[in-house]
Design a protein. Structure first.
Length: 339
């Protein structure tokens, strides 16, 4: 039995070493990553039985990908082994005032061809406590949008809690298309997760200009309140609060808003090593804390701490343990050597 099931795309990640730009190096570091896979890995490392569902080619690259997931304790038995290619993304790590950049090579990927009825969701979700996906998956193709809707419906029918990270990707679809498709998913979603820009891009609900590096906390409460008012099925909204002083220096926190109250998490000042996967680690931390029955204040504190630690780790996967998050939550953020 899987405690948590996630559904989405995983890609091969190719990155020049350190902070080099593409073209500066003949070497590319090869790892794997993707929103829902990142969440599954983090939850497996936190001690959950985590299953990732996707379509992964039956070729050596696909085998390598499956191996990488299993090495982190993620169950992959329900991944479809089909399609011609695994998507690729190229990452340039930003520094100082130069932003990180992502270039996709994912058109025609195996998962983009997965549609409604191709996955036995009743079987895959049997006895599952939590189902998670993101707005990236329905953005890949109309087929994927139909599959995501199928999955959310099946998860609710199975009695699972469902979460959806809005994760708007402007390189994949337009705001208008995102609003139409994502609105259709919302009746089957319990917990919405978003960053500073997602609610505006997907639903036209704005928190203000996020490029100034300043946050007005009340505006985020207003945004979450509007999401709850618009979508009656949603019980809670979690929003990450990022102050982007530069690519290398971020302020980091979050807020969890329910219909009967809210809680802000602690604020961390981050020296960013790799911010890719930061939102996914937040989602995983939140899911872990909610499954564990933590209070609202504890849950958002745990999510923010888990994602703060992720920013120190190269790669999409949050390679930390629950004990390390507990230590940070308890106040051990000095970075002193542990002997």
């Amino acid at each position: 039995m899987a405690t948590v099931v996630t559904f989405g795309e995983i890609m091969l990640r190719l990155k020049p070493p350190g902070f080099l730009r593409l073209g500066q190096s003949t070497d590319l570091e090869a790892t794997f990553g993707g929103g829902e896979a990142n969440v599954a890995v983090a939850l497996a490392r936190f001690g959950h039985a985590a299953r990732f569902i996707s379509a992964i080619p039956a070729n050596p690259i696909g085998d390598w990908c499956i191996q990488a997931l299993r090495a982190q304790g993620v169950e992959t038995r329900d991944c479809l082994r089909r399609g011609e290619r695994l998507g690729i993304y190229f990452l340039e790590a930003g520094a100082s005032q130069r932003a990180s950049t992502v270039t996709y090579d994912r058109a025609g990927s195996a998962i983009s061809q997965v549609g409604a009825g191709m996955i036995d969701w009743k079987k895959s979700l049997a006895e599952t406590r939590w189902f998670h996906t993101t707005g990236i998956t329905p953005a890949l193709s109309d087929n994927c949008a139909a599959a995501a809707l199928d999955a959310l419906r099946a998860a609710k029918a199975a009695g699972a809690t469902t979460s959806l990270d809005l994760n708007f990707r402007k390189k994949l679809w337009s705001k208008a298309k995102a609003q139409t498709v994502m609105t259709g998913l919302m009746p089957h979603v319990d917990v919405v997760i978003a960053n500073e820009e997602d609610c505006e891009s997907v639903f036209g609900i704005s928190a203000g200009d996020v490029t100034k590096g300043e946050l007005d906390r009340q505006r985020y409460l207003d945004v979450a309140g509007k999401v709850l008012a618009r979508f009656p099925a949603v019980s809670q909204v979690a929003i990450t609060l990022r102050e982007s002083h530069s690519a290398s220096r971020n302020g980091w926190s979050g807020v969890l808003v329910a219909r009967d109250g809210h809680a802000f998490g602690p604020r961390y000042e981050l020296d960013v090593i790799d911010r890719v996967g930061g939102g996914d680690s937040f989602a995983a931390g939140l899911i872990h804390a909610m499954i564990a029955g933590k209070t609202r204040e504890q849950a958002i504190g745990w999510a923010v701490a888990a994602s703060a630690l992720k920013h120190s780790i190269v790669g999409d996967f949050n390679l930390i343990s629950a004990a390390e998050v507990d230590a940070l939550v308890a106040g051990d953020g000095s970075g002193r050597v542990q002997r």
